[in-house]
Ligand binder design. Structure first.
Ligand code: CUA
Length: 344
């Protein structure tokens, strides 16, 4: 005879199913930091190992839970069963003990072989560094700086970018990771695993992007109050587009308005929004109407002198601000001051 199924059991099962269904809705578009939609060769290595372990875990789960449910059903309490009737203990059953020792050992070997191979592949540096684009990643509380030692500007200095790592599509890019202060962790989930940046020590990793796209990245090691905001983008560009970007970096525009707009759309865009430009950041305040504001960062009066001080070193003006010192040059500050006062 069927007994009534308790309402709480139905509710629990329904909740589990809904959670499972919702966690299944992981597309790179909805979840830019998903790891299960790899966008390049390094991330493929990680995902292949993860998939292997996941499917093995599914098989173990199904077998163990299946056996458990079967036993629960098969040996459930019955009126006609004698309660003193006990099953024979399996303690000392050599064959059983060998089986349940060998099975996990085999599973561990199956996982270990591709894992070790993956670790070696990911650690391998290109024999000839000229074969791979090199980038120095410098972590700071709380922003990422990227230095391109192979791309020199007209003063012979390596080109740099902040908050945005620009790479060509389909090319292996080798990263040398540094930290200026505390331990951070470089992580662009769709392009590869995490690697710590450690003060006084260099770490290495490589990434590669299959498609032109913007890949979300995040500091993955708690590093202070603004850790969660320490994000970056890896922008993978087709060859021609990358060449344009490189040319632009090598010879920054002379025209202040052009220079300001370029800074707004590259550096400022990570956090700020400016109507009519590609700067659509939402972490910081929108910059439209800046010229009419009474205050800068709710801290100092809005005038040209204070704006210069602010752009040169925001934390010096307002300790604890999330806006980092971007290392802007005089020329860049001039251009930005002029531009910001046109935003009415
Ligand atoms: Cu840097 Cu967390």
């Amino acid at each position: 005879m069927l007994r009534r199924v308790p309402f709480r059991l139905v509710l629990s099962i329904a909740t589990i199913l809904v959670v499972l269904a919702l966690t299944g809705c992981a597309s790179a578009e909805d979840n830019p930091q998903t790891t299960i939609d790899p966008g390049g060769a390094a991330a493929d290595i990680v995902q292949d190992i993860y998939a292997l372990i996941w499917w093995l875990a599914v098989a173990v789960f199904v077998l163990v839970q299946g056996a458990l449910l079967y036993v629960l059903w098969r040996y459930r309490a019955k009126k006609d069963r004698d309660p003193s009737d006990r099953p024979t203990p399996v303690h000392g059953n050599t064959r059983l003990e060998i089986i349940w020792t060998v099975i996990p050992a085999v599973i561990l070997v199956v996982i270990a072989v591709p894992t070790i191979r993956g670790i070696v592949d990911l650690a391998e540096r290109q024999e000839d560094p000229a074969d791979a684009m090199q980038v120095n990643v410098i972590a700071n509380q709380f922003f990422w700086e990227f230095e391109y030692p192979d791309i020199l500007n007209d003063e012979g200095e390596p080109v740099t970018s902040t908050g945005m790592l620009n790479i060509p599509v389909g090319e292996r890019v080798e990263l040398t990771l540094h930290s200026n202060d505390v331990i951070h962790s470089f992580w662009a989930p769709r392009l590869g695993g995490k690697t710590d940046t450690i003060p006084g020590h260099e770490n290495h990793m490589w990434i590669e992007a299959n498609e032109a796209d913007t890949y979300a990245g995040q500091c993955a090691e708690f590093c202070g109050t603004a850790h969660a905001l320490m994000s970056f983008d890896v922008v993978a560009m087709e060859e021609a587009e990358f060449a344009d970007w490189r040319d632009q970096q090598v010879a920054p525009p002379e025209d202040p308005e052009e220079l300001a707009l370029e800074l707004i759309e590259s550096t400022c865009a990570s956090c700020h929004l400016v109507e009519g430009t590609s700067a659509q950041g939402t972490v910081g305040p929108a910059l439209d109407g800046f010229a009419n504001q009474d205050m800068i960062a709710d801290e100092v009066e809005n005038n040209e002198e204070n704006l210069r001080d602010w752009l040169a070193d925001p934390p010096a003006v307002k300790p604890g601000t999330e806006m980092p010192n971007l290392g802007l040059s005089e020329q860049e500050i001039d251009a930005l001051v002029e531009y910001l006062y046109t935003l009415e």
